[in-house]
Every structure is written in C-alpha cells, then in structure tokens.
Design a protein around this ligand. Structure first.
Ligand code: GCO
Length: 458
C-alpha cells in the first residue's frame, strides 16, 4: 500500500546547473573552477563566450523561483558549485557560498518546490586539477566526499533528494578522451581511470551521507541516449546492448552490483581498473535512486550501415573506439539545433532498459529538453519544435511508467532559462524562458506554456 502511494507521487520539475546560470563568478568568495580557466583559453568556447554573467541567477534567483512556481513544478534540480562552498577545493568552507544555497533552498520550499541538488556539475575547483590531476587522482574523490559532507551538514535538514555527480560519462570521455572539456586530454586509458575515481567519489559521498544518519535519499544523474539495433540481426542487437553497457551501464552497474558491466569487462579486460574488495562493499548498493539525462537516439550496428547516414564507428556523442559499434541516424528523423534527432519512443525504451537492468531502484528523468534555433525574441515565442518535443517526450516517459510499469518517479525538463551551453556558449537555446547575458529580462516562450499545461494535466 505504501509502495502504491509512493508510486503515485510523480515529480514534475526543471533542471539546471550552477556554472551555466549563476554568473557572479568572482562574487561571494567563490573560487576558480576548471571551467573558468577553460572558458578563458582562446578557441575553446564558441564566440569566446564566458559564464561570468550567464543568467545572473546568483542575484535573480528569487525571480527565477517565482517563474518555476508559475510553471507549477514541484521539484527543482540545480547544482551546487563546489568552488562556492569550498573555494580552494580542499580547505575551509565559505559561509557566503553556504548562505546563497541556503536562501535558494528556503525560497524553493516557500513555494512548495522540493530541492534536488546535484553536488558536482563539472565545475571542479582548479586546485584539484592542478595539484591532484583532477579525476585521475583518488585524492579528488576524497576531497569531493569531504565537500559533500559539508553540504549534507549545511542543507541536510531541508533536502530529501541528493544527486552526487552529473553525467560522469561526459566528465570522463569528453574531458579525458576527446579533449573537448577540461582538462582537455586525448587519451585512450585516462577515461577509465577518471571514471573509476568518479564512481569512488560518488560512493564515498554516499557512505558519508548514510553514516551521518541524514534523512533522505542519494542518487546519481547519468546520461544515456537510446541505442536501437539497426536490424533484427543478433549481431546488431548485441551491438546496441554493448553501446548501452558502455554508456549508462559503465556508471551505474558498479553502484548497484559493485562491478563494471560484463560486456565492458569482456572487451577491456585488465584495461579496466578494479575495485578492491573493501571498496566493492561501499560502492555496491550506493544509490537509492537513479537519474537519467536523455536527449536522443541513434541506431547501433555491428557493421557500417548500408543505408542511412553512418556517423562513424565512434560517431556522435564521441563514443570511444573500444566498444566496436557503428552508430547512425534515420535520415527521416527531425533534428534539433544540437543536431540531436527527435525520437520520443527512445525515452520509453531507455526507461524500460534501466528498469529491467536495475530492478527495485526508482528512476527519475533528471534531464530532457530541446534546443531550437532562436536568433530573436520572435522565434523564441514560436518555439514549435520545443513544444512538440516536450509533449511527445513527456508522453513517452508516462507510457513507460503507466503502461510498462517502470518505477519512474519524476521528469525534470532541461531547462528553465537559456544559458551557457558549455563549449557552444550562448549559441544554443534550451530554455523555457529566454534570457541572454546582454538582456537578462526573462521572456516566457511558447514552450513555457506547453510545459505548464502538461504539468497541470498530469
Ligand atoms: C549536463 C548537460 C547540460 C546541458 C544539456 C544540454 O551535463 O547535464 O550537459 O549541462 O546543458 O544536456 O546539452
């Protein structure tokens, strides 16, 4: 009975991250992050954009929470900037940083919105990069767990759902394999080591949380796009499964089962780091819920596809070569401004995969959304593509829950405000609300009303 009651609690929310919206990068005692350094490195960010102003959310968070209340969301997933809480990564906590998030959380609760903070959305304090070599070192995992503990102490009386890390696949693969995110390494082994330390960071933080006796639950937000077998052939089915194990499984299996996925172990052998038996004890079972950040779908095949647009063995999303999969799109699929195909049924299949592989663990869609070409206000008001995207993807999410019985507890739209989209700077528009660093006025787009209506109807 209790379970049924809980199943019916579905959270509608919006998702964001500190570096992408806060601005005020040198205010309130905030320390430098690797992204601050990276955005100042010539040629790294489109148009040389920086996140120094972003949405100025640091000063306008009350206005932004009011917008959320108007949408009708009951949850807000935001991230806490590690360099605001522990400016140099390892030393004394910063009271001004703690006060900022404390006020944000209080404001949310005043409006009946539950906080879902993420502790790490890529803004690593620079010292961890330069002194400890970032995620290649276990020291960074230990520093993270300490910082997490500071957050549990400061906000644990009001937060019921904690998310440790955001999209560790991107941190490891894009940061250490493809060289396109800080620290900009291009290496075939470093992604596995970085991933290993990220997983340990999660598990150490979860241990701190549980041993501290804090109320609530702790989980992780892992990204994964769906991989659909290109044909009914067994080899393609295996290729798609392999792609998923190398993507979502990589960052989830260890936290549930204490082991990397079988297909990764098979392909990589001793290139994959190992957990000691002591580590396995606190790594396994270290998630109370799973987050899924999901945007698109690709076909997967064992051989290069004969038809359709082959995007190469490690194609889109920069998959590393080891998995041996060809990825392709259906030319009929409509693509967003990120060149991501709109394939709503992919979310339903993805949720079913997660539900089957990790039975008994609730899942939240912690990000899903659409970037549209919006050069001006007019186009932002007429964001038909986003409106259709949101209707179709939320329906697919609800079908997984209501028709397939997957234990989906919530859906968080990425994102409330147009913001700093990493290496794309301000050239991508994911917001339900328009805002630019040169005009910080919040302008509700068509998609704002669409999402409000979806929430109201469900
Ligand atoms: C993430 C995502 C977000 C992006 C969004 C659109 O890591 O959670 O990268 O920060 O802005 O996914 O690309």
């Amino acid at each position: 009975e209790g379970w049924t009651a809980m199943k019916n609690e579905f959270v509608w929310g919006v998702s964001s991250s500190a570096f992408q919206i806060e601005g005020a990068t040198s205010e309130g005692g905030r320390g430098l992050s690797t992204w601050d350094v990276y955005t100042r490195t010539p040629g790294k960010i489109l148009n040389g954009d920086t996140a120094d102003i972003a949405c100025d959310h640091y000063h306008r968070y009350r206005e932004d929470v009011k917008l959320m209340a108007e949408l009708g969301v009951t949850g807000y997933r935001f991230s806490i900037a590690w360099p605001r809480i522990v400016p140099d990564g390892v030393g004394a906590p910063n009271p001004a940083g703690i006060a900022f998030y404390s006020d944000l959380i209080d404001t949310l609760l005043e409006y009946g919105i539950q906080p879902y903070p993420t502790l790490y959305h890529w803004d690593l304090p620079v010292i961890n990069q330069f002194v400890a070599d970032g995620w290649l070192s276990r020291q960074t995992a230990e520093a993270f767990a300490r910082y997490a503990g500071i957050c549990f102490e400061a906000f644990g009386d009001r937060v019921r759902h904690w998310i440790t890390l955001n999209e560790s696949w991107c941190s490891a693969v894009i940061g250490y394999g493809l060289g396109a995110f800080p620290p900009g390494r291009r290496d075939s082994e470093q992604p596995y080591l970085a991933a290993h330390n990220l997983l340990l960071a999660h598990a150490m933080a979860a241990r701190t949380f549980r041993e501290g006796g804090f109320d609530g639950q702790i989980g992780i937000a892992n990204n994964c796009d769906w991989r659909e077998p290109l044909t009914g052939a067994e080899a393609d089915r295996q290729a798609a499964e392999r792609a998923l194990q190398f993507f979502y499984g990589w960052f989830t299996d260890p936290l549930v089962f204490g082991e990397y996925p079988e297909m990764m172990r098979e392909k990589l052998g001793c290139r994959l780091p190992e957990f000691t038996s002591d580590e396995r004890k606190f790594v396994a079972g270290s998630v109370d819920f799973l987050g899924l950040n999901h945007y698109t779908t690709l076909y997967a095949s064992a051989e290069p596809p004969a038809v359709g647009c082959d995007i190469g063995p490690n194609g889109n999303g920069g998959m590393i070569a080891d998995q041996d999969v060809f990825l392709s799109v259906d030319p009929a699929w409509v693509q967003t401004d990120m060149v991501w195909s709109i394939v709503p049924w992919g979310l339903r299949k993805m949720l079913n995969w997660v539900g089957e592989r990790y039975p008994g663990i609730p899942v939240y869609v912690t990000e899903n959304g659409c970037s549209c070409p919006e050069p001006d206000v007019e186009s932002a008001l007429n964001d038909t593509m986003r409106q259709e995207y949101l209707k179709a993807y939320t329906a697919s999410c609800l079908a997984a829950r209501d028709e397939d019985g997957v234990d989906v507890r919530g859906y968080f739209c990425w994102t409330l405000l147009d913001n700093f989209e990493w290496t794309s700077g301000y050239a991508r528009h994911f917001g339900l609300v328009r805002c630019t660093p040169s005009d910080l006025t919040r302008i509700r787009k068509g998609g704002f009303r669409t999402y409000r209506d979806i929430i109201a109807a469900n």
